[in-house]
Design a protein around this ligand. Structure first.
Ligand code: ADP
Ligand code: MG
Ligand code: MG
Length: 254
């Protein structure tokens, strides 16, 4: 079983007045087959964790380690991370001009699998995955992220997740723009890959409502750049009832 291990991770971003430490010692282990939720107030560094795992150049790791089955993830290029079995939805958050969803998916699958998928079976695979997500087949011919609605972005993300079959997936459910439709798509997709038992999921979210659809095995509360508390699904219920106030010193989040 693949294991992603984050140990004492420290990350800084370049701010106007110099580097600013955002992650202050994150410890987390995610195994294939497990579903973890990271929850926390706005500004606590959740997205920074996701960007750091994705190897975003704006985020500098100043300490700690990230390994996948003992291999140093932080030393890997973005492509190598994907080939190693990490799915980081934020790798491709932007528009990819002139590249259709269909070509993009095939290129990604080629990168991850090390060889181009056979065209015939691939077309069938994509069609079936799109049907499961109730996507219009015409979507495959659109350019990546060009004019995508929030729901379409999420569908595209889950489509990649299902087709690329990673060992560990990191999904950052940004705090805005997740309407009920998008929530359902994400939840069903996560639950489907979960049933395979072959994907470990790190679901990052501000809102507890997604946890009505996805029951995580482990819940972690993120505050001020580190995990402040970990527990089982009951912790999500407590957060839903009580909010994050107990974790935010002095009231306001960063
Ligand atoms: P969350 O996802 O929990 O809302 P973020 O990781 O987005 O939190 O942000 C954590 C803190 O880091 C915030 O104070 C934010 O302003 C700061 N931050 C994040 N990314 C950058 C960046 N690229 N440049 C400057 N500050 C950043
Ligand atoms: Mg935020
Ligand atoms: Mg965020």
């Amino acid at each position: 079983m693949a294991t992603l291990e984050i140990h004492d991770l420290h990350v800084s971003v370049e701010a106007e007045n110099g580097p600013r430490e955002i992650l202050r010692g994150v410890d987390l282990t995610v195994k294939q087959g497990e579903t973890h939720a990271i929850m926390g107030p706005n500004g606590s560094g959740k997205s920074t964790l996701a960007y750091s795992l994705a190897g975003h150049p704006k985020y500098t790791v100043t300490g700690g380690t990230v390994t996948l089955d003992g291999e140093d993830v932080l030393a890997m290029s973005v492509d190598e991370r994907a080939r190693a079995g990490l799915f980081l939805a934020m790798q491709y958050p932007v528009e990819v001009p002139g590249v259709s969803v269909s070509n993009f998916l095939r290129t990604s699958a080629t990168a991850v699998r090390g060889e181009a998928p056979k065209l015939r079976t691939w077309v069938k695979e994509v069609k079936e995955a799109m049907a499961r997500l109730q996507m219009d087949p015409a979507f495959a011919e659109r350019n990546v992220n060009e004019g995508f609605s929030g729901g379409e972005k999420k569908r595209h993300e889950i489509l990649q997740l299902e087709l690329l079959k990673p060992k560990i997936a990191v999904l950052d459910e940004t705090d805005s723009g997740l309407d009920v439709d998008a929530l359902r798509v994400v939840s069903e997709g996560v639950n489907r890959v979960r049933e395979t038992g072959e994907v470990g999921t790190l679901l990052i979210t501000h809102y507890t409502r997604i946890l009505r659809y996805i029951k995580p095995d482990h819940v972690h509360v993120f505050a001020a750049g580190r995990i402040a508390e970990s527990g089982g699904p009951e912790l999500a219920d407590k957060l839903e009832a009580e909010g994050y106030e107990a974790y935010v010193k002095g009231g306001a989040s960063a």
